[in-house]
Design a protein. Structure first.
Lengths: 428, 308
């Protein structure tokens, strides 16, 4: 079965036709004609490699009322993703081969994106002893990214061992950098706004201190380190320094940290409560600059669905986290592409190529070229519309972008040549 | 006046002055009366929704509402549906469905009254939220200063103590700045928030240095348990460096006053001889609290239900 994508602009460049056959890009050229092929009209649309998320919370098993592998996969496909890494903080925790294989199989059944489980670093995310990392790596789920996300591996000796151990698995430890003793009861970024709002502050130093420690450890033992959701200007500086010293460190930034600031907390609406917290305008500018120059390697959503009752409360008792999969690309277009900080090849690099490389995904993050897997998306960059949380595919509604007009709409997504999204709607 | 009183920072100079003037009018209207009651809020229902124990604030609001002839319901979170897991929103909607016109809320979480105001139709009065604000306390403090010193403009107010955790300090900072007073915060650096530099205040770590130029000294309650988290080494050291004792009181100008929002830790932040001295306005503050809260309820609920 063949499919012909007519008039798409790969990486926003000259319009071409792309022929997809047997899950691969079979031909690229002008005015291709293939009798019997399904035709997708893509005039004016930008074609990009399917996006890869390093940081998704799918909530299954355990909180299927907030999200399931299937609903999260649908949200991902609608956002232009073809692969997502499912974080380990489920119930039960993904700290054994059994749980990661369950999540992986649920992803296969949903069939909308490749769901790649992340394994917990420590048993039960408790930060006490290593989980069976090798068993998870060798399982059907082929785990390569290990993270206690939401919990920092705070014990420096344990972190060192984890970094060392996963070298044998070609793995990487993805650290949620937060010194827990500095963030007891923390509710938002510590600064002028927290002082006025009377919300306990989450100091930038609590993130930066752990990143500084971890890049030193990773350099010392020659291991790969990935830093989750970098949120401060100081973190960008430390990463820049570490990379200049040759440390094997990669880092991600979320869409919300590229766009929103702690000013949002003034509403006391917990939809803006997130960990790490929204920071200042100066931090936002430093994150954008770091993403532009490659100090930050990837955009990762930290898509964190929460049930209504976990957000419709006073700020302090609400759960941290916000949705991201369906608006990530739009936010990157607004914050990076439109101001000229990244071109479309840069977007492909930061949202597909780099995260696939960090996660060691061989069939994702590939170029739009003949012979490559047909994992791609088509984006209408001219489209602009306000975000309506009720229209999201996620089971949850905690979008921080509600009512905000964002650019760009994913018109189609293809996973190994099969459309998962067409005309902006999920196909299954 | 707006529909809600959520924070002192919301009040402009005219709003704040109107509250103080209204409180003064109410006080003179009731002075010498045998029946200390006005019919203004007859038929209106005020709910005191207290998620934290605060007997004095609750009683003050209760008296204020009753003296305006409102019906008052006291809802305490302990032993109620809240302890059975009911959410703030469900509690608020339940109370409103029973016909409350105003909810006076005390809550341990900063911003809880702001959330409430988005869910209910009636007025919301913040009676203290977490470490954020306690606006009626600041209004009664301003009222007390004006009563004793005759003015607020240019008055030099020194606020001493645990500013970091104090909703009273925050409300006073914003209200006093709005009303033209000059505020100096004095505390160990551990008990000042990061970001205090953006507030319209002076900051000092040295109480002795600022006392000779103070018209008002406002002492904040300091919990001795704070020393367990190393905010200061010991209660004794705190008291020695930041407590107001008789010797320090002697450094104040002759007509300066000493305030405290209560409840006091005698011997910790304030010595008994200071609390009981002629400079102390602590008892006045309690009495003024009722008048100011009457003014707030009167201005928010504005008379009979059908007069709108």
């Amino acid at each position: 079965m063949s499919m012909l994508i007519k008039g798409a602009k790969p990486y926003g460049e000259d319009a071409v036709d792309l022929l997809v056959e047997d899950g691969r890009i079979a031909a690229i050229g002008d005015e291709l004609t293939v009798p019997g092929a399904d035709v997708v009209q893509a005039a004016g649309l930008v074609a990009l490699p399917g996006l890869v998320d390093l940081h998704t919370h799918l909530r299954e098993p355990g909180r299927e009322d907030a999200e399931t592998v299937e609903t999260g996969s649908r949200a991902a496909a609608l956002g232009g993703y073809t692969a997502v890494h499912a974080m380990a903080n489920t119930d039960p925790v993904a700290d054994t081969a059994g749980v990661v294989e369950q999540v992986w199989r649920l992803g296969q059944q949903a069939g909308l994106v490749d769901v790649v489980p992340v394994g917990a670093v420590t048993v039960g995310l408790r930060g006490e002893r290593l989980a069976e990392l090798g068993a998870m790596a060798d399982s059907a789920a082929r785990v390569r990214v290990f993270s206690d996300d939401g919990h920092c591996v705070a014990d420096p000796a344990l972190m060192r061992r984890a970094l060392e151990y996963v070298k044998a698995l070609d793995g990487v430890v993805a650290q949620h950098a937060e010194e827990p003793r500095l963030t007891v009861g923390a509710q938002m970024n510590e600064g002028d706004r927290s002082a006025r709002l009377g919300l306990t502050g989450w100091p930038a130093a609590a993130e930066e201190a752990v990143i500084a420690r971890d890049v030193l450890l990773a350099g010392h033992v020659g291991a790969r380190l990935h830093v989750c959701h970098v949120s401060t200007a100081g973190s960008v500086e430390i990463l820049r320094w570490a990379k200049s010293r040759g440390v094997q460190v990669t880092a991600e930034v979320t869409p919300h940290h590229l766009l929103l600031t702690d000013e949002c907390a003034e509403s006391y609406d917990p939809v803006f409560k997130v960990n790490p917290p929204l920071r200042t305008e100066a931090d936002v500018q430093a994150l954008r600059a770091g993403l532009a120059d490659g100090t930050i390697d990837a955009v990762a959503t930290d898509h964190a669905p929460h049930a209504v009752e976990d957000k419709e409360s006073e700020w302090a008792s609400a759960r941290p986290g916000m949705l991201g999969l369906e608006q990530a690309l739009a936010v990157v277009v607004q914050t990076m592409v439109e101001p000229g900080l990244l071109d479309w090849r840069g977007v492909a690099e930061r949202m597909s190529v780099a995260p696939a490389a960090i996660g060691r995904l061989e069939s994702h993050g590939r170029p739009l070229a003949v012979g490559e897997p047909a994992n791609l998306l088509l984006l209408d960059p001219a489209h602009r519309a306000p975000v309506d949380p009720a229209a999201l595919a996620s089971r949850s509604r905690n979008s921080p972008y509600a009512g905000r007009e964002l650019p760009g709409r994913v018109v189609a997504t293809f996973l190994r040549g099969t459309a998962t999204v067409l005309d902006g709607k999920a196909t299954r | 006046m707006k529909r809600h009183l959520l924070e002192a920072g919301d009040l402009d100079r005219d709003d704040a002055t109107l509250v103080l003037d209204t409180a003064a009018q109410i006080e003179s209207a009731l002075a010498g009366r045998e029946v200390k009651k006005l019919p203004t809020l007859r038929g209106r229902t005020v709910v005191n929704l207290f998620f934290e124990d605060s007997t004095r604030t609750r009683i003050s609001f209760e008296l204020a509402a009753k003296r305006l002839s409102a019906d008052v319901i006291n809802f305490s979170a302990k032993g109620s549906s809240v302890s059975k897991g009911e959410s703030l929103k469900d509690t608020a909607l339940t109370l409103e469905a029973m016909g409350s016109d105003a909810i006076v809320v005390r809550h341990g979480a900063s911003g809880a009254p702001h959330r409430l105001a988005q869910w209910v139709q009636g007025s919301v009065v913040n009676a203290g939220d977490g470490t954020h604000e306690h606006p009626t306390q600041a209004l009664l403090d301003a009222y007390t200063i004006r009563q004793r010193l005759g003015r607020l403009d240019g008055v030099r107010v020194v606020v001493v103590g645990d500013v970091l955790h104090s909703r009273v300090a925050r409300s006073n900072v914003w209200l006093l700045a709005t009303l033209g007073a000059e505020v100096t915060l004095v505390a160990p650096p551990t008990l000042l928030p990061v970001g205090v530099g953006s507030w319209p205040v002076q900051v000092s770590y040295d109480l002795d240095a600022v006392l000779p130029k103070a018209d008002v000294v406002m002492m904040l309650r300091v919990q001795a348990e704070r020393m367990n988290a190393s905010f200061f080494p010991s209660a004794r050291e705190y008291s020695r460096r930041y407590g107001l004792d008789g010797r320090r009181m002697g450094a104040l100008p002759d007509d300066a006053i000493v305030m405290h929002p209560g409840p006091m830790n005698r011997g910790m932040e304030i010595a008994a001889e200071v609390a009981d001295s002629a400079r102390s306005t602590i008892v006045d503050q309690v009495g003024n609290g009722v008048s100011v809260r009457m003014a707030v309820l009167y201005l928010l609920l504005g008379g009979a239900p059908d007069s709108e």
